[in-house]
Write a protein that binds this ligand. Sequence first.
Ligand code: ATP
Ligand code: HMH
Length: 287
Amino acid sequence: MDWLLPVSRPGETPVRALTIAGSDSGGGAGIQADMRTMSLCGVHGCVAVAAVTVQNSVGVTGVHEIPPETVAAQIRSVVTDIGVGAAKTGMLSSAPIIEAVVAECADLGIGNTGRGQKIPLVVDPVAASMHGDPLLRSDALDALRDLLIPQATIVTPNLDEVRLLTGINVVDSETQAHAAEKLLELGAEWALIKGGHLRSSAESRDLLTNGTERHELTSYRVQTGNDHGGGDTLAAATACALAHGYSVPGAVTFAKRWVTKCLESAYPLGAGHGPVSPLWRLLPLGS
Ligand SMILES: Nc1ncnc2c1ncn2[C@@H]1O[C@H](COP(=O)(O)OP(=O)(O)OP(=O)(O)O)[C@@H](O)[C@H]1O
Ligand SMILES: Cc1ncc(CO)c(N)n1
């Protein structure tokens, strides 16, 4: 296990990954965070835009949804031509978009399709921005829980999303383990319960399990208010490592280290929360 993924040589086609998510005009989260992560992980990122948000460091003031058939067409277009080693979902906004994504991914062999898994699928069940603004319609929760999560190779909720999906309020490691069991019962192959929002803890401890294996991923708590896009970055880095053929525990171990480095180099932006940043990757070695 290393800090970095293998990088292709100039002129060689790199490993590819697909993000199916929303755009953040502030550039901190969503598709922009995914693409930044993929680029700096040395992976070519492909995009299926599901929604455009009007967003800055303070909050979200508008959402424009892309027609479901256009979301599905973007997925098909890149998977059938460019090919991807893994895919990731973020903000999907509505039930019709989720239904279209689920159908297209099933047809293309992305995630648990019931016909054997071909391309791993990371499902980040984005429901709201860190400012508390909704990114998922309330009537889309059932589609997320009943259609998309069963297709997930790994589902990566934060504690608010865990509460929405399972009704469980995670306050300690026991409730975190109970919530993970509930998510596996919904059909995900692996569940990663992120502990980033347990701000009372001195550590940031995530629990990864598939029901038989259990891994605790712990980092010290980085003291920063600039943590916008942390969940997207973790999920995108996981997708990058999966696209490279890592196992799920190996991919999440890589991604946890990656996001911790990105939290350490997060920067202020605007009047609200700045983004986590992978720009440490561009610094000269040893600095
Ligand atoms: N202050 C922190 N220090 C260290 N690790 C953190 C901190 N905050 C979050 N993390 C870690 O970052 C990752 C993302 O977790 P988080 O719970 O913030 O996701 P999220 O709420 O989905 O993010 P966002 O909605 O802002 O994209 C997890 O691995 C979590 O443990
Ligand atoms: C578009 C978008 N996706 C995801 C998040 C959550 O980080 C956000 N704030 N905005």
